[in-house]
Design a protein around this ligand. Structure first.
Ligand code: CTP
Length: 439
């Protein structure tokens, strides 16, 4: 039975003031146009869980595109309508996005003078979605603002921590939902319900992944990799037979499970450094999944997952570089190489490769070396420039880059630090090159 309660107080407590105002304006605008407007989906789910979520999804009972046009004008937003799907995206000046979808009101006229019935199109719209926890809606019309609409027991499942599909064909209609279910398990520490798990196993038996495009699978795997606890998700996928269904080569043994867990630790560590360059986390996990494979096997997987050529090339070249790097790094460790030499070995490798290599590395001192490169060495920069060399009286030419490179190595090795020290070191290099600095 449909339960209703008002969660206005939660909206006020948990949402930023401008977002709350936006929702009120959406409700008022709808009312003026004779349409009911609801906030739905992940936005409502996360609000109830107390998790911030900026992706506002609205469903309008009526003409969603016309509604979006009016609301967009009032908000000074850019409007991207998709007439075919009767949807629109609003992009506010702040960058905030609002998705608007249409739920058509449908009237069924019965013959023989029975009354016209109005089917709740909101309910139809929500029924087409994936899991009960994503079917909650909040009424935004002024007279009902904050009323929680729960057709499918979403509140209870949110309380119990259960991922439940709405009907038995859900996964056959859209197999990517299986990966979504696993992603939600990891993200919220929820559990796929028993009946829903049976539906998943059944869908796997029906081989529904076979007709799913590589691009769609890849997209879901990428989202999984970027979410919390990806390894638990990958293990779950394997245990349900999903990875094997995507491609037999994706099945991984316990030894690889440990490598993937180490990748998760390294990625988490790197994220906590809050560095500007964000790695493509999915590629790091992919390198882990194909660890130990030959080029042909990797090729089979990148084809199945429809990697774009640039990605395939990145994976292949990184794997080549990593093999070379591993040898050089081992040699560097044996010979107690300098920081400048470490820099030379690691700087050509893309960040994704370095994170994978750090996870893969068994020797603690070499693991530390990679981590030292990522945290400090790669930031080392020279505080002097060609202009300084020129000011020291050296004629422009090939010696410029030799001098600057020598200064950089001295900085990497920690021998010089400040700009003053760097200028002094440059002068020493110039002298030993036989150039004559102006005193
Ligand atoms: N949806 C679905 N089937 C899918 C993908 C999405 O039914 N394969 C529905 C879900 O009900 C979801 C809504 O479309 O609530 C919006 O999708 P999306 O923004 O991807 O979902 P969120 O639940 O917000 O998930 P995330 O937080 O990961 O973006």
């Amino acid at each position: 039975k449909r339960q209703e309660k008002n969660i206005q107080h939660l909206l006020r407590e948990r949402l930023p003031a401008d977002m709350l105002e936006l929702l009120r304006l959406a409700g008022r605008t709808g009312r003026e146009m004779g349409m009911d407007v609801y906030a739905v989906g992940g936005f409502v789910r996360d609000m109830l869980l107390g998790i911030p979520n900026d992706d506002i999804d609205l469903v309008v009972e009526g003409d969603g595109v016309a509604f979006a046009q009016t609301l967009g004008e009032r908000l000074g937003a850019r409007i991207r309508p998709h007439l075919k799907f009767r949807t629109a995206v609003l992009i506010l000046p702040s960058g905030q996005k609002v998705d608007v979808a249409t739920a058509r009101l449908e009237y069924y006229e019965y013959p023989a003078a029975l009354p016209v019935v109005e089917l709740s199109s909101l309910k139809m719209d929500l029924y087409r979605r994936d899991f009960s926890i994503n079917t909650l809606a909040v009424h935004l019309s002024p007279a009902h603002f904050g009323r929680l609409v729960d057709f499918f027991g979403g509140q209870q499942d949110l309380k119990d921590g259960v991922i439940r599909a709405l009907h038995s064909l859900s996964f056959v209609e859209d197999p990517t939902r299986i990966i979504r279910a696993i992603r939600f398990e990891g993200r919220f520490q929820f559990r796929i319900g028993a009946q829903t798990e049976r539906l998943i196993k059944n869908a796997v038996r029906l081989n529904i992944f076979q007709r799913l495009s590589g691009a769609r699978i890849r997209h879901e795997l990428r989202l999984l990799a970027e979410d919390a606890a990806p390894v638990a998700g990958l293990v779950r996928m394997r245990d349900l037979g999903l990875l094997q269904a995507i491609h037999p080569l994706l099945h991984f043994p316990p030894s690889k499970e440990r490598l993937l867990e180490e990748i998760e630790r390294v990625v988490t560590w790197y994220r906590l450094l809050y560095r500007e360059e964000a790695p493509d986390v999915w590629i790091v996990y992919f390198l882990g999944l194909v660890s130990g494979f030959d080029a042909t096997s990797v090729d089979l997987l990148t084809s199945r997952l429809q990697f774009v050529p640039r990605r395939t090339e990145l994976v292949e070249s990184t794997r080549r570089q990593l093999r070379f790097m591993a040898m050089q790094l081992a040699q560097w460790g044996r010979t107690n190489g300098s920081s400048a030499e470490l820099y030379d070995i690691l700087s050509p490798v893309p960040l994704e490769g370095l994170l994978y290599a750090m996870a893969k590395q068994r020797k603690q001192e070499l693991k530390k070396a990679i981590s030292r490169f990522l945290t400090t060495l790669q930031d080392v920069h020279v505080a002097i420039s060609g202009a300084d060399i020129k000011a020291m009286g050296v004629a422009p030419g090939p010696s410029f880059s030799i001098i600057l490179e020598a200064v950089k190595r001295a900085v990497l090795n920690g021998r010089v630090k400040t700009r003053e020290e760097q200028l002094e070191h440059a002068a020493r290099v110039i002298r030993s090159l036989g150039e004559r600095p102006v005193s």
